[in-house]
Design a protein around this ligand. Structure first.
Ligand code: NAD
Length: 488
């Protein structure tokens, strides 16, 4: 990997707003800097949208809505499929770009291109299968027709941790359903979405169907768009804190919302678990994306009979993990997204240790260039520790113990979040009981990663509203219409 290749790629990424099929400067020419978290250096300056630019982007999406909804499903499907093919051709560029702006190891960025790209393929297949229902009413006096219509212009706000997949997981079903889009990626990682917009244009997407706003003023640019009665849908992925604010704003116009919010995933290991599998699952569920995933295992709740052995085995694996710039061969842990994330990891570890936890590996920030934190294992984390309540969003594996199944369930459910849970047991009946008893939208039973374009991704409790992907994903962008025709 050469620096020239990185520079050439970065130069090729559009640095303007994408509105109505044109690349345009922000009104007033404002720009914002994008940095590489492994060096802290600016890698690209891009347009910094204002409230006026937001209005222009929504105008473009509204203008394109009727024609896009009337575009034959097969045509919409073909465009998505071409975008999927182009993503495969540009896989290496997309992966490198994500690593440069977000920091994750290249191998993981490649994995995200595969995962994110699958939403394009999956929803290209779903676009032509939007079905309704026809039936006689129970009285035999009326014919009932149930059909599906596109919701209309949709606004997407995405986070920095999965810059590609969080965009495709929303854009693909919206386009399949016949909705136009304004998307505002996170200001920390906007380059991937800009690059992807150029792929969509190349795939033949008509002007105005997808519009991209990059801005350092997320709240002030998003507010008026959400308040505009022409907008029909808001879909957000990010923190529960911001999600709550957006739900309140959307309530004003009774706007339809999808919310993919924070998590605090329990990873429960029973005494009968296959410990080899549990250790492998734990490494994936915890350290993928440097621990910066909504699905990251946040609390390891381990039966007291196997806790010591599990802790020793993960500590051994973690101690030999390679930390460094994501572009370097063999690196498993890249930088955290910024200084604030390093401070947060330090604070949570210090609090747990003050309350009696032991550090079995890592435990400190790494001084010098970039924002790195050592991959860390803590055992004996006591109830009440901050690390068990808050999203860690860093490479820290925290182990607490339990004595019986009821206690495991109580501890696992003791959170306002409910995105995903992981359970390791060889007892089939217990596995089924845990599916029923754990309050999460998703579960990995003897596996550490659950995401798949064919699966309904989403949470319960304060982890969100709605589902992305699977058969369910397209319904976030469809509204149901029922018609009654009397039988003469
Ligand atoms: P964040 O909530 O700080 O930001 C998310 C997005 O919202 C960004 O684009 C940001 O610019 C924008 N934003 C921030 N304040 C806003 C406001 N007042 N109005 C409008 N937009 C605003 O979250 P983050 O730090 O980017 O991402 C991490 C969070 O995302 C974690 O909590 C994680 O669990 C969650 N997440 C959830 C999922 C999921 O599918 N459930 C997936 C990935 C990340």
């Amino acid at each position: 990997m050469t620096d020239e290749r990185e520079s050439a790629l970065l130069e090729s990424v559009p640095n303007q707003l994408f509105i109505g099929g044109e690349w345009v400067d922000a009104a007033g020419g404002a720009t914002l800097d994008v940095r590489d978290p492994s060096t802290g250096l600016v890698i690209r300056s891009i347009a910094d949208a204002s409230v006026d630019d937001g209005a222009r982007a929504l105008d473009a999406a509204v203008a394109a809505q009727d024609a896009w909804a009337a575009t034959p499903p097969r045509t919409r499907s073909d465009i998505l499929r071409r975008a999927f093919d182009l993503v495969q051709e540009r896989k290496e560029d997309l992966a490198l770009l994500m690593t440069l702006e977000m920091g994750k190891p290249l191998a993981e960025s490649r994995g995200e291109v595969v995962y994110g790209g699958e939403f394009l393929r999956w929803f290209s297949e779903e676009a032509v299968r939007i079905a309704g229902r026809y039936g006689l009413n129970p009285e035999g006096t009326g014919r009932m027709i149930v059909s599906q219509r596109p919701v209309g212009p949709s606004f997407f706000i995405t986070p920095w941790n999965f810059p590609f997949a969080m965009a495709t997981r929303k854009i693909a079903p919206a386009l399949a359903a016949g909705c136009t889009v304004v998307i505002k990626p996170a200001e920390l990682t906007p380059l991937t979405t800009l690059y992807f917009a150029s792929i969509l244009a190349e795939a033949g997407l008509p002007a105005g169907v997808v519009n991209v706003l990059t801005t350092s003023s997320s709240g002030s640019v998003s507010g008026p768009i959400i308040a505009d009665p022409r907008l029909k849908k808001l879909s957000f992925t990010g923190s529960t804190e911001v999600g709550r604010k957006l739900i309140a704003q959307a309530a004003e116009g009774v706007l339809r919302v999808s919310m993919e919010l924070g998590g605090n995933a329990p990873f429960v290991i029973f005494e009968d678990a296959d410990l080899d599998k549990a250790v492998d699952g734990a490494m994936l569920a915890k350290f993928r994306n440097i621990g910066q995933a909504c699905t990251a295992a946040n609390r390891f709740i381990v039966h007291e009979a196997v806790a010591e052995e599990f802790a020793a085995r993960v500590a051994e694996r973690v101690s030999s993990m390679r930390v460094g710039r994501g572009t370097e061969e063999g690196v498993q842990i890249g930088p955290l997204i910024n200084e604030g994330a390093v401070d947060k990891a330090s604070e949570l570890v210090d609090d747990a240790v003050d309350r009696g936890a032991s550090v079995l590996a890592g435990g400190s920030r790494i001084e010098g260039e970039g924002t790195f934190y050592e991959p860390t294992v803590l055992s004996g984390v006591v109830p009440g520790s901050q690390i068990l309540r808050e999203e860690i969003f860093g490479p820290v594996l925290a182990i607490a113990t339990f004595a019986d199944e009821d206690e495991a369930v109580r501890l696992a459910n003791d959170t306002e979040y409910g995105l995903v849970s992981y359970v390791f047991t060889r007892d089939l009946q217990r596995g089924h009981r845990m599916i029923d008893r754990l309050e999460t939208g998703m579960m990995g039973l003897n596996v550490g990663v659950v995401s798949n374009a064919a699966a309904p991704f989403g949470g319960v409790k304060q982890s969100g509203i709605g589902r992305e992907g699977g058969l369910e994903g397209i319904h976030e962008y469809l509204s149901t219409k029922y018609t009654l025709i009397p039988v003469d």
